[in-house]
Design a binder for this molecule. Structure first.
Ligand code: A3P
Length: 315
């Protein structure tokens, strides 16, 4: 890292230390972040320049990002791979196929496979780098029932913390914070609403999806994704079952059972290494009911209903 880079990182750290903080989250532009990602975001806001062909995979954590990364990667690399079964998805976790704006570029802005026009981010719409918002780049957003997103997030963070011998927050404590808007990249409802409103304003630029509708009819969404990304399936491809092949390759069953995702590590050579298996838990709709009481569920439903009221979105 250059001396300039080090000074800059130090000054982001100093700025972050002055931001409101609750537990390990710091608040910036109305959203809550773990400091490491916030530093990356601030750096991206200052320096990131997209390629004009970039497509951004956007989401709040634990809403289906891994699946969406796999699908979009498989869709846009399919012609390069035709006739070969060697998709990178078989040997790398989807997060190592599609870089994360606020982590991978902050660490090394030049490190990317320029042939793959995909960048992912959890940054809320209102905090995206101006270079992204003012570009002609397309964005795909995925979100999910808030209760399932919360439960998935709690398990994910608790697993990671236990693996580092950090005592995780209890489910109840984390739930209270989530309901008051404090969670990674939360408030959850503001994250969803930011992209929802932007997708209404710029429908040709932003595709808004939900995990539930993707599960219900994956094939039509895979076709929709390809069309949106400017690489629709040809009739010939459809007849050859290309859509179904991509769905199978990216399915929870297939990916979670691959050797790399069972035993491999994401960002293996960094202090932020984690087991790939943490990205694959159950992959179901409605698992919240096995973790939260009916009262907790009703409370979060009520909050979401109130926050989304009048937006035209039901989640
Ligand atoms: P659960 O914790 O409810 O099982 P993200 O990818 O944004 O981190 O979201 C993680 C959620 O997506 C987890 O949900 C995970 O199991 C699920 N998931 C991961 N890969 C998937 C896939 N290929 N298909 C469907 N769901 C998947």
């Amino acid at each position: 890292e250059s001396a300039e880079g080090k000074n800059e990182a130090k000054s982001y750290k100093e700025m972050i230390s002055t931001f409101p903080r609750v537990q390990r989250w710091s608040c910036y532009e109305g959203f809550w972040y773990f400091p490491m990602f916030l530093e990356g975001l601030m750096s991206a806001q200052d320096h990131f320049i997209p390629q004009s062909t970039d497509i951004f995979i956007t989401s709040c954590p634990k809403t289906g990002t891994t699946w969406l990364k796999a699908l979009t990667f498989a869709i846009c690399t399919r012609s390069r791979l035709s006739g070969s079964s060697a998709s990178s998805l078989l040997t790398k976790v989807p997060h190592d196929c599609v870089p994360l704006l606020e982590y991978d570029f902050a660490q090394n802005p030049m490190k990317r496979d320029r042939a793959v026009p995909l960048v992912s981010t959890h940054v809320p719409y209102s905090s995206l780098p101006k270079s992204v918002v003012s570009s002609c780049c397309k964005l795909i957003y995925i979100c999910r029932d808030a209760k399932d997103a919360f439960v998935s997030l709690w398990h994910f963070i608790a697993d990671l913390q236990r693996s580092k011998n950090i005592e995780p927050l209890s489910l109840e404590e984390a739930f209270e914070l989530f309901c008051s808007g404090i969670s990674s990249y939360g408030p959850y409802w503001d994250h969803v609403l930011g992209y929802w409103r932007a997708s209404l304003e710029f429908p040709e630029k932003i595709l808004f999806l939900t995990y539930e509708e993707m599960k219900k009819d994956t094939a039509s969404h895979v076709k929709k994704l390809a069309e949106f990304m400017g690489c629709s399936f040809t009739l010939e491809e459809e007849e050859e079952g290309e859509v179904q092949k991509i769905i199978s390759l990216c399915s929870f069953e297939k990916l979670s059972n691959l050797e790399v995702n069972k035993n491999g590590k994401h960002r293996a050579d960094t202090s932020f290494a984690m087991k790939n298996s943490v990205f694959f838990r159950k992959g179901e709709i409605g698992d919240w009911a096995n973790n939260l009481t009916a009262e907790m569920g009703a409370r979060l439903d009520y909050i979401m209903e109130q926050k989304l009221k009048g937006s035209g979105l039901k989640l």
